[in-house]
Design a protein around this ligand. Structure first.
Ligand code: DHB
Length: 305
């Protein structure tokens, strides 16, 4: 009998064979990773935020390295919903056969609703992740996710326009994450994804200027993991819907910490950019670490903290 630890998770009604998925924006539409490993081993795959119209994103430079992390200010570069549905999703389906989570971003509740409606019914798409936390745009973005009322409104608007489970992706740049998570739950959210990155600043001393063109950029990577764990734990205790844990995960132990903090599943972000094999390595390591730690299933440890 196979006694391998059970990595399966139920994510708002969808069964994932493991809890590991790449985070939005760190994995494109899979094309850059398909030659490194078989993408179908992923628990799920989250695509880069799509907006209604195409966007070029912010001026360069928009990436900076820092100790134990990185900063980015991409500005939601993406080809727009039409190209996403007609080119990117079909091409993804040729290289990946598992569950897709479509991340959407808008500058008004109405735009989020239109995007939700456009994606509803797409093959392989099992959920929407709603980005109300981009730190790098003028209109909306993290400003939406910092306001409980707007967070609720956007959740309601998306729910009205889709039959898919809806995960609201929250910004950590708030005083009280529990109140935002609760507002999303009240608006009908099926789950919460957190955290997005921290608004940050890196300075070039010689130039006496910010390193990134837009001045501020979002900090991610191992540096933010302890804060992510605290916020995932706060959200877990504030709501009754599943939480996807994100923030600085780069190995199997990080995943187990996130699940103990309350996460149902996890997303790996910056680590993909450091090492494209991070997700497959974690998926391979996870059952071994579970065995070593005497964990038989992820359900057994979820939210024990
Ligand atoms: C961008 C958006 C995000 O939500 C994020 O976490 C990082 C970058 C962006 O496109 O600027």
């Amino acid at each position: 009998m196979d006694m391998r630890p059970d990595m399966k998770v139920d994510l708002a009604g969808t069964e994932l064979h493991n809890p590991v998925m790449p985070a939005s924006g760190t994995f494109g539409y899979g094309q850059e990773y398909k030659d490194y490993f078989d993408l179908s081993i992923l628990g799920a795959l989250v695509t880069k935020s799509v907006t209604w119209e195409p966007r070029y994103g912010n001026p360069l430079p928009r990436i900076a390295e820092c100790s134990q992390g990185m900063m980015n200010s991409i500005g939601l570069q993406n080809p727009g919903i039409e190209h996403y549905l007609e080119e990117d999703l079909p091409m993804l389906r040729e290289i990946y056969y598992g569950p897709v989570i479509s991340n959407i971003s808008g500058s008004s509740p109405e735009e989020y609703g239109r995007l939700a409606r456009a994606i509803d019914g797409q093959e392989q798409v099992v959920a929407l992740e709603v980005n109300i936390s981009c730190p790098n745009v003028k209109d909306g973005g993290a400003a939406f996710g910092a306001d409980p009322e707007i967070s609720r409104r956007i959740t309601e608007e998306v729910k009205k326009n889709t039959s898919l489970p809806v995960f609201m992706k929250l910004t950590p740049n708030v005083t009280d994450i529990a109140s935002i998570a609760r507002a999303c739950e009240e608006g009908g959210a099926d789950g919460i994804s957190l955290i997005n990155n921290f608004k940050a600043l890196k300075i070039d001393l010689k130039a006496r200027k910010p390193v990134t063109a837009m001045k501020y950029a979002g900090l991610s990577g191992p540096a933010i993991k302890p804060i992510a764990l605290r916020m995932v734990n706060e959200a877990f205790h504030a709501v009754d819907i599943p939480v996807i844990g994100i923030g600085g995960i780069s190995n199997a132990d990080d995943v187990l910490e996130m699940i103990m903090a309350g996460a149902t599943a996890v997303q790996v972000g910056s680590a993909n950019l450091v090492d494209p094999w991070t997700c497959p390595d974690i998926i391979k390591e996870l059952p071994k670490r579970m065995e070593e730690l005497g964990i038989e299933s992820l359900d057994e440890i979820r939210g024990v903290i």
